[in-house]
Design a protein around this ligand. Structure first.
Ligand code: SF4
Length: 474
């Protein structure tokens, strides 16, 4: 069994309350490995996404996103109906469906099924919900020898580390670090060089042994189809499919929001998910679990854990439409610089900054909605058209911890500066002088590899031209 410390939980579930990002941001910016790998990889993924969507949809990409957003919003608006349809259909095929109100109940349900089935060894596919409920620690704590089967997650398990990206969990590490970690599986046969093929073959040997010995397979679920009652798994390594087939029991764990009404809706979401996540037309393995095979049991644990509260809040409901593609992380100038651990949450990046305060309570993570420049890139990238900047602004509007005297005075000053031409000119000249000398608050901006561009001198004339054009076109 691979020993596991408490470090991953501390990375994703910080003990400090309320959680402050500032110290983690400093640590992230000072980390040479992170600043080498994360910006380059995210940029590449972002470019690949744009190219793949252009090939598939051409100029109709915005139409596809709008349609996908409508599907997600309409489904969430009638989630109880679609969920009930899914549960009825799944149960009619022999899938046992359980509902967990919170993380503790979800863990207890999985452990109870494992105990009843006498499970001693488990394999687990990558799943953000299992991270959210800290399932790996619970399984290991209950004496069930469990191995992560996604290559990146396996490296993290061996390193006592935590994922820092929704799709690429070890984005903050390179192949040298992966070799170091994977060597622990079997030092005698570990490759001497960090060659990706040799490393994969080495991991494969250990994983095949675990798949063969496992009596329990645990997966997440990317979608649940209400029309057919099927659990849909998307992986590129085939480990999700294998985990769902080994041993005598398969337990899938996922959030209640993963339901889609029909196969037609699912088809569009699958096309957008793969292209937005990795630039592929479709994930290599898209598996549909529809019923248990003879002698086996299939269980689905549907996790609420705060989702009903988000669903009931019309301002933020859209956030539950997220299909976890990671595109908003890859395009976000903040995530690119600080990586995922600085967010102190299972969900990093823009969607994490929106979801975490909703799921854990805004008072526990007051900084997160402010960890954004509101540049709009995340909305532009989102395949299901979630207006993340608007949701961040809505969080800020509800935030009382930042509504102190100083903050109000700053807002009044900005309003005063923007109210007259001369005032604006004086203010922007002053801002340019400060920014070009890296003084005052701009010093914090210039900390690390980024540079704050000086405000342009012609903002007001361009603004005027723009408003004139808009008035003419209206
Ligand atoms: S919010 Fe949109 S872009 Fe971000 S992970 Fe979710 S679906 Fe992808």
């Amino acid at each position: 069994m691979i020993p596991r410390s408490t470090r991953p939980a501390e990375l994703l579930f910080p003990r400090e309350s309320p959680f402050r990002m500032a110290s983690r941001i400093d640590a992230a910016l000072a980390d040479p490995e992170l600043s080498r790998f994360v910006p380059a990889t995210t940029r590449l993924k972002d470019d690949t996404r744009v190219a793949a969507l252009a090939v598939a949809f051409g100029p109709r990409v915005y139409e596809a996103r709008r349609l996908a957003g409508q599907i997600r919003r309409a489904t969430l608006a009638a989630l109880d109906h679609h969920l009930a349809r899914f549960i009825t259909a799944a149960r009619s095929h022999g899938i046992e469906v359980h509902i967990a109100a919170d993380a503790a109940e979800a863990r207890a349900l999985v452990l109870a099924i494992a105990a009843r089935r006498g499970a001693r060894r488990a394999v687990k596919a990558k799943s953000m919900v299992t991270e959210e409920i800290q399932l790996l620690d619970a399984l290991l704590g209950a004496g069930i020898d469990t191995l992560e089967t996604d290559l990146g997650e396996l490296v993290l398990q061996l390193d006592d580390d935590a994922p820092s990206h929704l799709v690429t969990p070890m984005i903050h590490k390179d192949r040298v670090a992966a070799r170091r970690a994977l060597a622990r599986l079997d030092p005698a046969s570990a490759p001497a060089e960090p060659d990706p093929e040799a490393l994969t073959a080495h991991a494969r040997q250990a994983l095949r042994r675990s798949f063969a010995q496992a009596d329990l397979g645990i997966t997440g679920a990317n979608f649940l189809c209400a029309e057919t009652g099927e659990i849909v798994l998307c992986t590129n390594e085939g480990n999700g499919r294998l985990s769902s087939l080994v041993g005598h029991t398969h337990i899938a764990v996922t959030g209640i929001e993963k339901v889609v009404p029909t196969l037609d809706h699912l088809a569009l979401l699958l096309e957008l998910l793969a292209r937005s996540a990795t630039g592929q037309p479709l994930t290599v393995y898209t598996s549909f679990v529809s019923a248990p095979t003879p002698g086996r049991e299939v269980h689905l644990v549907l996790v609420d854990n705060g989702r009903s509260g988000v669903l009931a809040d019309e301002t933020f409901r859209d956030a539950l439409g997220c299909i976890r593609c990671g595109a908003c992380l890859n395009t976000c100038p903040v995530y690119r610089q600080i990586g995922g651990h600085a967010y102190g949450s299972v969900w990093p990046g823009p969607i994490g900054a929106v979801l975490t305060p909703l799921m854990r309570g805004p008072e526990t993570t007051p900084d997160l909605p402010w960890a954004s420049t509101l540049c709009g890139a995340c909305h532009e990238a989102c395949p299901v058209d979630i207006d993340l900047p608007a949701l961040l602004v809505a969080h800020r509007a509800r935030d009382h911890t930042h509504a102190g005297l100083l903050s109000r005075a700053r807002s009044r000053l900005v309003r005063f500066m923007l109210a007259g031409r001369l005032r604006w000119r004086v203010a922007s000249a002053l801002a340019r002088a400060i920014a070009s000398r890296h003084l005052g608050p701009t010093r914090a901006w210039d900390h690390g590899p980024r540079r704050l561009p000086a405000p342009g001198p012609r903002f007001s004339s361009r603004w005027k031209k723009l408003t004139r054009r808009r008035a003419r076109d209206a």
